[in-house]
Every structure is written in structure tokens, then in C-alpha cells.
Design a binder for this molecule. Structure first.
Ligand SMILES: NC(=O)c1ccc[n+]([C@@H]2O[C@H](COP(=O)([O-])OP(=O)(O)OC[C@H]3O[C@@H](n4cnc5c(N)ncnc54)[C@H](O)[C@@H]3O)[C@@H](O)[C@H]2O)c1
Length: 432
């Protein structure tokens, strides 16, 4: 099949590569000239494990190409996927500007009948707006579809190539048959392709993210209570996660959820529900509680240091989670802003997000090349991201480098008893 994917960010790039990998001819288009230039040279603009060799292989074998000419990509394709960003608008709703801009371009280049599928996360009703924006430019018949994406950054290739399920909102039998054929290679083990009406598909993506964000937030609240009543949230996590009805995933307490999806998608669903005259009070609380929880790591380090002014803090982890360089809505940004406002000096490290951090933070912090370099002369170590390389702390080395042996572990990577025995003043999340 001839496929165009418009938008080559975390989702669009993985989507394009994934479809090329199964033998389709794919053109990925983006308005970001430097991104496309780099991709043409097999340089990946993001950190995503496993993606680079796939880009290289599919490009060299002629199934995958990159362009800034969105119109030409549309004309060469039978299925066009819209995978541009849907950032948060000022009122919390999803900003559909990029999606509708792309829809207009698709309409202008509708040289033959096509399927226009939206992969971006968009509120119910967007497919109809896309249909209207395309139809305003063309008389050629076309079908619209909603195809929300559930991949996780850091595991995006595996998630795309072997999805738990594929959700497709369609209202046209021919489009349904074509999309089934396109996705069958990805579900050979029997995972379902779920066809449904378009509004339900659009809603499903928000429902999934709202459910996951709520689990994390509830665990963070349990952690707060555990600390106050003398319980250990890690025991509680294992105690409930082994219950089949609950499951083990997304139960880890931490510094508050961040990233490019949960914060904005929760807010967008809250906005949709309010617009529909049915405020989602539970989710409004999740959003508020999570924002408040992001201040916990700084409050803990402040409590242990007493005075922050003039102190140096070593920070391990800037990305919103491990295995990505994505810092969008990362708790580290809140921590850094608070620490700088109170007059601290920050020595920061992240295995993959240093480039992104430099872009966002400029020279407000000190960047170091290795985790232990951050500790040199610092008054405390704060761990915010659960990268593998942070999971074992060299006690002796850390104590030698730190001015005072204070550690705030916002991912519960270390054992409190062992940390105390080794002489650290140690705080974590939800362990009294
Ligand atoms: N990142 C994730 O983990 C994830 C997972 C599932 C769904 N989503 C959703 O997928 C969508 C894309 O997310 P992302 O993280 O890939 O975004 P991103 O910001 O990484 O990438 C978006 C890309 O679209 C390009 N773009 C913007 N306007 C354009 C236009 N008019 N024409 C062509 N290209 C244009 C941008 O230059 C950028 O490269 C969002 O709706 C997001 O909510 C993201």
C-alpha cells in the first residue's frame, strides 16, 4: 500500500517506519526542515530504542522516504495518517490547529480517492472537523477514520509492531477492509483489531490515558498516607498488584506523572466533559493532585537540608521517565524551577535528555557527563528518573563525593534500611 504519514514526531516516525517494515511504501512528511534533513541521513531526532536501524534499513531498501513537501506525500498515497501534535490550548482543551491545517492540505492534494486516518490524540468530533476541512477543498470522494495510537515512548517500536490491540473508528466498509489488511501483519498472534464507530475510537484513547493517570495518582496519594501512618507503599503496591483484577502495571509511586500525553490528555478530557455539561470531577482531582505532587521531591530535599539558598543539589534524571529524551511536562522542570528560585546550584545528569535539557534550561544549571560527577561537592542527591544506571548506588563513592550524605529518591530505587545503615539521610516516596 502507498502510505503518507504527516508529522514525524515520536508517533509519526514510529508509525511510518512500522508500516514500511511490513512492506508498504511510506512517505513521512513534516514541516520541520532540519528534522527531515537529518532523517534523510538516517539520523534520528529523538531517542527511541531500536528505531534507528529500522529507519536506515527501510530507507536504504527504498520503502521509506522523507519530505517537507506534505502535498506531494499526500498525492503519492492511498492512505494518509495525520500524526501531528495536539498540544494543550490555553483553556486546557486540545489545540487542533495542526490537525486541521494538515486536513486542508490533504484536501488540496486529493488527486484520487483516499482514506484520511487521524492518529493524533484528538477529542470526539475531530474526525468530522477533518472531514469538513478536507471536503472544503475537493470534490474527490474520501473516507475518514480514527486510529488512536497507544505506543509508549521508550518501548514505541515494540508497542507499534506488536500492539495489545489496534483501535479503528470507521464508517465506511471499504476503508474498514483496507485498514484491516494494513494492520493484519501486526496482530498475527491474535491480538484484536477493534473496529468501532468513530466517536468511540476517539474517546477510547482519552479513556485509556485517564485510567492510567488515575492509577498513578491514586498510588501517589496512597504513598502520602503511608508515610503518615507508618506503612510502606512498596509492600502495598506488591500486595495489590498481584490481584488479577488490579494488575501490576502503572502502580509505581513517583514524582508525579509527566510527558507529552497524560497531563494534556487528562486536561483535554476534563475540558470535553465540561463542554458536554458533565464535569468529570474525579479526573479534575487527578489533574490537580498530580500537579501538587510534582512539588513533593523539592519539599523533601528542603526538609532535609533546612536551608536551600547557597546549597548545591545533584540531580539524576531529567526525562519524564526512563528510556526517553522527552522532557515535556517532566517533574524535573518543576524541581529545577523551585530549586533555582530558592537559590540552589544544580548539577544535572541524564543519560539521554542532556541535549533537550540544554535547549530548555540554557546555562541556568551545570551539566555533567557522568552521574557521579554530579555529586562532586553537592549537599544532596535527588533521583527523579528511574534509569537503569541509577538503580545501584555506590555508597562509598557517593559519600566521598557528597558534602553531606543526603539522598532524596523520588523513584524508590534504593532500600531505606540499607541507605540508613550506610550512613545516608534518606527520603523516598511513601516509605515511612
Ligand atoms: N508521544 C507519545 O508517546 C504519544 C503516544 C500516543 C499518542 N500521541 C499523540 O500523537 C500526536 C503526536 O505526538 P508526538 O509526541 O509524536 O508529537 P511531536 O511533537 O513529537 O511531533 C509532531 C510533529 O508534527 C509536525 N507538524 C506540526 N504541524 C505540521 C504540519 N502542519 N504539517 C506537517 N507536520 C507538522 C511537527 O513538526 C512535529 O515534528 C499527539 O496528538 C499526541 O498526543 C503521542
Amino acid at each position: 500500500m502507498n502510505i503518507a504519514v504527516i508529522g514525524t514526531g515520536y508517533v509519526g516516525l514510529v508509525t511510518g517506519v512500522g508500516f514500511a517494515e511490513t512492506g508498504n511504501a511510506v512517505i513521512c512528511a513534516d514541516v520541520d526542515v532540519s528534522k527531515i534533513d537529518r532523517l534523510k541521513q538516517n539520523k534520528i531526532p529523538i531517542y527511541e530504542p531500536g528505531l534507528e536501524p529500522m529507519v536506515e534499513r527501510n530507507q536504504s531498501e527504498g520503502r521509506l522516504s522523507f519530505t517537507t513537501d506534505v502535498g506531494a506525500a499526500v498525492e503519492a498515497s492511498d492512505i494518509v495518517f495525520i500524526a501531528v501534535g495536539t498540544p494543550q490550548d490555553e483553556d486546557g482543551s486540545a489545540d487542533l490547529r495542526h490537525v486541521l491545517d494538515v486536513a486542508a492540505v490533504i484536501g488540496k492534494h486529493m488527486n484520487r480517492p483516499k482514506i484520511v486516518a487521524t492518529k493524533s490524540t484528538v477529542p470526539v468530533g475531530t474526525a468530522e472537523k477533518v472531514r469538513a476541512a478536507v471536503a472544503a477543498q475537493t470534490k474527490v470522494p474520501f473516507a475518514v477514520a480514527s486510529n488512536p495510537e497507544f505506543l509508549k515512548e521508550g518501548a514505541a517500536v515494540g508497542d507499534f509492531m506488536k500492539p495489545d490491540r489496534v483501535v479503528l473508528g470507521v464508517d465506511d466498509p471499504e476503508a474498514e477492509a483496507t485498514l484491516r489488511e494494513l494492520y493484519e501483519p501486526f496482530v498475527r498472534t491474535g491480538n484484536p483489531i477493534l473496529f468501532m464507530d468513530i466517536p468511540s475510537a476517539e474517546f477510547t484513547k482519552y479513556a485509556a490515558n485517564a485510567m492510567l493517570a488515575t492509577r498513578i495518582t491514586l498510588m501517589n496519594q496512597f504513598a502520602d498516607v503511608c508515610e503518615r501512618v507508618g506503612a510502606n507503599v512498596e509492600h502495598v503496591r506488591l500486595g495489590i498488584g498481584t490481584d488479577e483484577r488490579i494488575g501490576r502495571a502503572f502502580l509505581f509511586p513517583g514524582p508525579g506523572y509527566g510527558g507529552s500525553c497524560f497531563p494534556k490528555d487528562v486536561k483535554a478530557l476534563v475540558s470535553t466533559a465540561r463542554g458536554a455539561g458533565f464535569p468529570l470531577e474525579l479526573l479534575e482531582t487527578v489533574d490537580r493532585v498530580n500537579e501538587a505532587h510534582k512539588h513533593v521531591p523539592f519539599a523533601k530535599v528542603k526538609a532535609l537540608l533546612g536551608v536551600v539558598q547557597g546549597r548545591t543539589i545533584a540531580l539524576w534524571g531529567l526525562a519524564f521517565k526512563a528510556l526517553t529524551d522527552d522532557m515535556r511536562d517532566s517533574s524535573a522542570l518543576i524541581f529545577i524551577a523551585e530549586a533555582l528560585a530558592e537559590g540552589a546550584t544544580l548539577r544535572v545528569h541524564d543519560p539521554k535528555a542532556m541535549h533537550e535539557a540544554r535547549r530548555r534550561l540554557g546555562n541556568t544549571v551545570i551539566y555533567v557527563e557522568s552521574p557521579y560527577e554530579a555529586l562532586e561537592g553537592a549537599d544532596a542527591l535527588v533521583v527523579l528518573t528511574e534509569w537503569q544506571e541509577y538503580r545501584v548506588l555506590d555508597h562509598e563513592r557517593a559519600k566521598k563525593l557528597l558534602k553531606t550524605p543526603v539522598v532524596v529518591d523520588a523513584r524508590n530505587l534504593y532500600d531505606p534500611a540499607r541507605m540508613r545503615k550506610a550512613g545516608f539521610t534518606y527520603a523516598s516516596i511513601g516509605r515511612a
